[in-house]
Ligand binder design. Sequence first.
Ligand code: PMP
Length: 394
Amino acid sequence: MPHLAKSLSRTINTKIAQLSDSQITTFNNQTSKIPGIIKLTIGEPDVNTPEHVKQAAIADIEKDDSHYAPEAGKPELLTAISDYLNDSLGVFFDPATEICATVGATEALNVAFMTLLNPGDKILVPTPVWGVYFGIIEMTGAVPVEVDTSQDGFLLTADHLKEVLANEGKGAKAVVLTDPSNPTGRVYSKQDLLELAQVITDNNLFAITDEIYAELIYNDKKHYSLTQIIPERTLLLSGLSKSFAMTGWRIGYIAGPKEIMKSVIKVNSFLITAVTDNVQAAATEALVHGAADYPIARNTYENRLNIIETGLRKCGFSMATPEGAFYIFAKIPTKFGQDDVKFATDLATKAKVALMPGSYFGQGGQGYVRLSYAASTEDLEEAVRRITAYVNDL
Ligand code: PMP
């Protein structure tokens, strides 16, 4: 087994060497070892990819589709993405020049940040947020500026954005929004976005909007996008991981103005050449023939949300109303103190339910826990019983 030469141990890229390990992964691995644990830690759909989508990939392999695809993606996939965005948002992106297929939304984030950010650039990141953003931004050498949204129901307001731009965020180049949000399940209204768009334009910012959970919005609330208001300064990132239970396929995309998409496509091709052929075939099938799959997933998650939200509120947790994605970000009852890592560790050990400490999601997450309800109804009902018993026992 090779060991790195001692004389080379300091040669690793310093930006990479300084990146910290994911606390989420570490906590998840630790709690996985507890026998009988119910894990509500990870945002992974517990259902399988729809059958017609799987069959499309199998058919594609069988017809020997195994050559380099065009770097932005196959025309049929790009057309399917364009049609999907046009149907759902009423915004037209030209499949020939304004869309790029990526290896999941994670690669889309890497490509977008690499394309936009120079070392030293500031980018505003409303928190609590999916922590992977920080690692990706830091790899570019740019500086993430956390904007704590906990005082505004976990939504970035136009006034708060203005205030940050006048202070620690002065000179920022871009802002990233996650809508619906991981970890809070919050969703921006049309009015919220109109107000934010004004400040974004007044300050000549780029907007990067991560809409991977756009299909998972509940209680008849509707999804809006900055691309409907300021398409000229927005990059939309999304993918099929969550809406089609396709996390393992690794398929996402970026859409935006063609002037910037030229560079986006160049970066994408340097990173991956192009997305795997049969994955593109599966994604095309999902987008073209999968309209019936969304409501099924949405109803399933909405029922689960009701079970777990009611259960948590009954035993003393409070939360800003979760409206989308599959997460609840709950305030720990005061009698437990506000050390979320201690609380989540104790709950995992004694009640055998694993929730993610809120502080792992950045500023404003202290004193909260994130619960993912992408789990079976039975597990969620049992989790509520165990949490209730734990809380009442104290
Ligand atoms: N953005 C957000 C907000 C997410 O929560 C996730 C997955 N947890 C991703 C992007 C990454 O999605 P993908 O599986 O498509 O890479």
